[in-house]
Design a protein around this ligand. Structure first.
Ligand SMILES: Cc1cc2nc3c(=O)[nH]c(=O)nc-3n(C[C@H](O)[C@H](O)[C@H](O)COP(=O)(O)OP(=O)(O)OC[C@H]3O[C@@H](n4cnc5c(N)ncnc54)[C@H](O)[C@@H]3O)c2cc1C
Ligand SMILES: NC(=O)c1ccc[n+]([C@@H]2O[C@H](COP(=O)([O-])OP(=O)(O)OC[C@H]3O[C@@H](n4cnc5c(N)ncnc54)[C@H](OP(=O)(O)O)[C@@H]3O)[C@@H](O)[C@H]2O)c1
Length: 308
């Protein structure tokens, strides 16, 4: 394709611009995207889509990709939770005035699926001012809808799964939520905790808020991994909360790696719903009186968003 054809494709498909880009490290970024269209109505916890053309270049060091000829002029789109910086200086950011959306994205270099990762190797070559596609529809049931003032709220995540939690946390703090709020995030390395300092500041300002960071591949943690599941089973989560986990007034939000979440699966032989082989948070909590959402109509007190 010549450069004029590329420009035409970009003009036709792209409807948003990168207005801020923070490369936390080579494989992790925080990006703010300003759409050309008016900001769609949405609530914290929801997601939209981002997209780039298959014609865009990919970062070096990623799994090789075979593009089908019919895809050459198409967009690759993926879902992304809307995140939030939470603070602007020393006060809560005014998200109602922001004309951008924040995204928190990890570079997937190798996929566990047969197809190579298509979008993130392209997103990681964007710069401030770059153009891209953003979906006009913001959707999702992973929201604060079921939470009442005074409830205990737990936000448990792995990796970039903290993105929707940051936006929900901001909403609870600005509402003056009276219950306890605890967020825990489990990542490979300390450098993967892009919002660490923000959470430290929040803990100083909001006595009902606690943040726990877990790493699993640093020299001092690799042989002694504490997953989100271990945080609960060891009793540390309740210790930090300062009270026992009470299913009657607690809502738990789980986001990120599906193995941490552990949604029940259908047994192919019996058709019965069974917990996955790897112990996830849902199994641990359901055995302690909690109930996971089953679809958007049968709501429990465990809510989850699986990223893959
Ligand atoms: C509702 C929803 C919201 C999402 N929000 C975010 C978000 O805010 N930030 C974000 O980084 N990703 C998010 N994702 C994942 C995102 O949609 C893409 O799958 C991801 O960015 C990789 O895209 P890709 O095309 O490069 O690879 P894909 O082909 O989409 O994925 C390849 C493989 O990468 C792994 N993978 C995908 N996403 C992640 C991840 N976030 N962390 C670790 N491993 C992963 C999985 O093993 C997956 O099978 C979300 C997914 C869903 C369903
Ligand atoms: N993070 C990086 O520095 C980095 C660098 C290069 C590429 N990548 C790529 O980025 C993608 C995402 O990596 P990521 O680190 O953000 O996400 P991730 O692989 O989901 O890991 C996030 C956290 O979840 C933990 N985890 C793994 N299995 C679990 C389970 N069964 N239950 C509970 N927790 C579990 C991980 O611990 P473990 O240590 O046990 O995995 C890690 O602490 C991958 O494709 C990866 O190859 C990441």
């Amino acid at each position: 394709m010549d450069s004029q054809q590329l420009e035409e494709l970009r003009k036709k498909h792209y409807n948003a611009s990168v207005v801020y880009l923070n490369k936390v490290h080579s494989d992790l970024l925080i990006m703010r995207v300003k759409p050309d269209f008016p900001k769609p109505a949405h609530v914290p916890g929801q997601y939209t889509t981002l997209g780039l053309g298959y014609w865009e270049p990919r970062c070096p060091g990623c799994q090789e990709e075979q593009i089908k000829p019919e895809d050459a002029t198409r967009l690759v789109r993926r879902a992304y939770s809307i995140g939030c910086p939470i603070l602007d200086g020393d006060r809560l950011v005014d998200m109602d005035k922001a004309d951008w959306f924040e995204f928190y994205i990890v570079l997937v270099r190798e996929s566990d699926k047969p197809q190579a990762p298509a979008l993130t190797p392209r997103l990681f070559l964007l710069e401030q001012g770059s153009r891209l596609f953003m979906g006009e529809r913001i959707t999702g049931h992973y929201t604060l809808d079921p939470v009442q003032d005074g409830n205990t709220v737990l936000f448990l995540s792995t990796g970039t799964g903290e993105a929707p939690h940051n936006y929900m946390l901001w909403e609870l703090l600005r509402r003056g939520h009276k219950g306890r709020i605890l967020a825990a995030c489990c990542v490979r390395y300390r450098r993967d905790l892009a919002y660490f300092d923000v959470h430290q500041q929040l803990m100083k300002r909001f006595p009902n808020y606690t943040y726990i960071a877990l790493t699993t591949r640093e020299a001092d943690t690799i042989h002694n991994k504490v997953y989100i599941q271990d945080l609960i089973t060891s009793g540390r989560l309740e210790e930090e909360l300062g009270m026992p986990l009470d299913p009657k007034n607690t809502h738990v939000f789980l986001c990120g790696n599906p193995k941490m979440i552990g949604v029940m699966e259908k047994d192919p032989k019996t058709g019965e719903r069974v917990y996955p082989k790897t112990l996830g948070v849902i199994e641990i909590l359901e055995k302690r009186g909690f109930k996971a959402d089953q679809g958007s109509k049968e709501r429990g007190n465990i809510h989850f968003e699986e990223y893959w």
